[in-house]
Design a protein around this ligand. Structure first.
Ligand code: MN
Length: 722
């Protein structure tokens, strides 16, 4: 049993500066301890490419640039990472800062290294702009969401660590900004991944760079108070040591220095005085196995009285990042509290380096294990620990979501982060901003490029919604949006649009019907109208018009009631309504006969759906209501130029290669598009097809058909009837 020894070596060296340069030879000898010779060789080749690429560049410190990537690789080597990760660490800035391309890295070092370097470069592009503190959490998640290989995060952390170690050369304002980002983004990521050694150093460097004055004051206070404590501290350590020896327990005991940042945070967040926070002895006991942890706990509880209610068993119930330990507080001599942590060597390793501990290179492990499968393995291990105590909910919320997210993290143009479910589209984004933005959305720009409104958003993208005051939601959006907010917003807006359209159509139908009875709406007495509305149990005239427009009531019947006529007159003029062309919510063109301007048309009112426009000879309207005239209405085209309609054309074409291409060319030459082709039947010589073509009117369609008929392969062609 030895007291006073340092705690288990952390995953990250505690080097405080780069006074002695770390050279490629140093890196190689460090790697030789755990990698195969040919793997070390490859890392060396990566070094040669890195040195060549960064040739002539220097850092702010005045050093050749290559010392920075070498220092990053060193941290990765201390975490015992595989050779691809080390190579990528050496090359991590070449894509960003030099002319060396991803293709070249791919060609020389394979896909894995190229993807890692690419991943780090992508994270470098991600700028955390928002001032809002609450967004930091989302930004951390976004970093993890973008990263498909967790080693990219480890390289990024090592990169940030070296930048923080050499921060002194930066301008004070830049130093503070980087320090803030380190404290808000990088240190918490290290913590989330269980990498406490990394977290502690990032926090220490970040704290002294962000609050140099507070850090200096605290440090002096710690130094002053520390002098008086050395003696009692040694006595306590000795006392615990001999008790454990007497119990036959082998282990290591070490006094722990509280970090300045953790003292600062406790003082700030819990409003404790410096004495309250600092006047605590902190001791860590590391033993071989779990059993011995509990036995050691018994020993220390026997030596000093435990403070009631302060014992925590993180071995049985680990923290969400997999951290395991026993924590207890004892009443020491003179009533000074002693904080004790007890854990096994393995738990200590995990507590210091977290996910990296799981990553550590294992000799002979098959290389087929992908990076992601290792991350999953780590996850599985942590999950198993969690499951054994039935505490997996918090874990799932914290860790799994980060590594395998169900969410995408996107930026607004102002740099705020918007969290959306996976598969969300720009429309979901627009409605998440505001329902007005959604309702008026006409286009979207993703990373400044115009993009389809139905595209699936990816984490890290900046989305800008283009709106227009007169725009309205498109019913087709409902087929691809994923958020409830977008769905409700679209439906709500469509419903009010439908009522508006139905009211307008209803009014036109009723006016036409009244006209044929030689009267008009203004000439109907209000009393008569109220009486009718009462009988129909309708609130007002609008409700009646909407009902007519939706096809729930016949305009001609309502008109007759209004003038007090029961039966139709023989000399009553049939009414004709002009159709403006644009399809809407209560006016639709029948999919059976595809009417186009120039065709004789007829309207059929169907309850709740409004008016469907058919060609007059369409079989679907033939039998039923046509003769009775109760649900149909005569229609005519009103002139509205340059609208697009759809016409269906049936063809029989010889089976010759290129026949279809020739037809497509003719159609395109006539300024039409093929919306859809269906193949109906085929024999040895010919194929029957139906084309849906966009046309302006009958004349346009006739020109296209004439053009097609001239093709030798087109054996037969005709417009499809309903
Ligand atoms: Mn870098």
């Amino acid at each position: 049993m030895a007291a006073g020894q340092p705690a288990a070596p952390g995953a990250v060296s505690a080097a405080t500066g780069d006074s002695t340069r770390f050279l490629i030879s140093d890196l190689c000898s460090e790697l030789e301890a755990y990698l195969e010779p040919e793997e070390v060789e490859e890392v060396y080749r990566a070094y040669l490419l890195g040195a060549e690429s960064h040739e002539g560049q220097t850092r702010k410190t005045g050093e050749p640039y290559i010392y920075h990537p070498l220092a990053v690789a060193r941290t990765m080597a201390e975490m015992r990472m595989d050779h691809q990760a080390i190579s990528a660490a050496i090359l991590h800035d070449v894509m960003e800062d030099t002319a060396t391309s991803k293709d070249r890295i791919h060609a020389e070092f394979g896909e894995e290294v190229a993807e890692l370097v690419d991943g780090v470069s992508k994270l470098t592009h991600l700028q955390f702009q928002s001032k809002a503190e609450a967004q930091a959490e989302n930004f951390r998640k976004m970093m993890l969401a973008i990263t498909r290989d967790i080693r990219v995060i480890l390289i990024k952390l090592a990169d940030r660590l070296h930048n923080m170690r050499t921060l002194g050369v930066m301008r004070p304002d830049k130093r503070r900004r980087i320090a803030k980002e380190t404290l808000e983004i990088y240190a918490p990521i290290a913590q989330r991944l269980g990498m406490n050694a990394m977290r502690r150093e990032l926090e220490a460097l970040g704290f002294s760079a962000k609050h140099p004055w507070r850090a200096a004051v605290l440090e002096r206070a710690v130094h002053r108070a520390g002098g008086n404590r050395r003696e009692p501290m040694r006595n306590i350590e000795q006392a615990i040591c001999s008790r454990m020896e007497a119990a036959g327990i082998v282990g290591r005991i070490s006094g722990r220095e509280k970090s300045l940042y953790s003292i600062y945070r406790k003082m700030r967040d819990k409003h404790h005085s410096f004495e309250d926070v600092f006047d605590v002895f902190a001791i860590r006991i590391i033993v071989d196995d779990v059993d011995t942890c509990y036995r050691s706990l018994g020993v220390v509880h026997n030596l000093y009285k435990p403070v009631p209610g302060r014992f925590k068993d993180y071995i049985a119930i680990p923290k969400s990042n997999g951290y395991q330990s026993l924590h207890t507080i004892l009443f020491g001599p003179q009533g000074i509290p002693i904080e004790i942590q007890i854990r096994s060597t393995e738990m200590d390793r995990v507590a210091e380096s977290g996910i990296a501990a799981h990553w550590q290179y294992k000799a002979g492990s098959e290389s087929s294990r992908t990076a992601q499968s290792r991350a999953r393995e780590w996850l599985k291990d942590v999950l198993e620990i969690q499951n054994s105590v039935g505490n997996s909910i918090e874990f799932l919320e914290n860790v799994k979501v980060d590594l395998f997210p169900d969410e995408v993290y996107t930026f607004t143009p102002e740099g705020d982060i918007l969290v959306l479910p996976r598969d969300a589209t720009p429309i979901d984004f627009a409605y998440a901003v505001h329902s007005d933005v959604g309702n008026r959305c006409v286009a979207a720009k993703i990373d400044r490029q115009l993009a389809p409104l139905s595209v699936r958003l990816q984490s890290g993208q900046t989305v800008e919604i283009v709106t227009s005051p007169g725009a309205r939601p498109n019913p087709a959006w409902l087929s691809f949006v994923v958020t409830g907010k977008a769905r409700t917003g679209i439906r709500h807006c469509l419903k009010s649009m439908q009522s508006e359209e139905a009211r307008t159509l209803g009014e036109r139908l009723l006016e036409k019907a009244l006209e044929s009875l030689d009267t008009s709406l203004p000439r109907i007495s209000p009393a008569r109208l109220d009486q009718m509305l009462d009988a129909m149990q309708l609130a007002d005239l609008d409700a009646l018009l909407i009902d007519i427009g939706l096809g729930n009531r016949m305009a001609s019947l309502v008109a007759r009631q209004m003038v007090g006529k029961e039966a139709p007159d023989a000399n009553e003029e049939p009414t004709t309504l002009a159709v403006k062309g644009t399809e809407g919510l209560v006016l639709n063109y029948a999919r059976c006969c595809h009417p186009i301007p120039g065709d004789p048309i007829i309207g059929q009112l169907s309850a709740g759906r409004g008016l469907v426009v058919h060609r007059e000879n369409c079989r679907n309207v033939l039998h039923e209501s046509r003769d009775r005239g109760d649900r149909t209405i005569a229609l005519e085209w009103s002139h509205e130029p340059q609208l697009q309609f759809t016409a269906a054309v049936r063809t029989r074409t010889a089976n010759r290669r290129g026949a279809l291409a020739d037809m497509a060319a003719v159609i395109a030459d006539h300024g039409s598009n093929i919306e859809h082709i269906s193949f109906n039947e085929q024999d040895g010589h010919s194929t029957a097809m139906t084309f849906l073509l966009t046309v302006r009117d009958r004349q346009h369609l006739a020109q296209i058909m004439r053009g097609l008929r001239r093709l030798p392969d087109v054996l037969r062609i005709a417009r499809q009837r309903g």
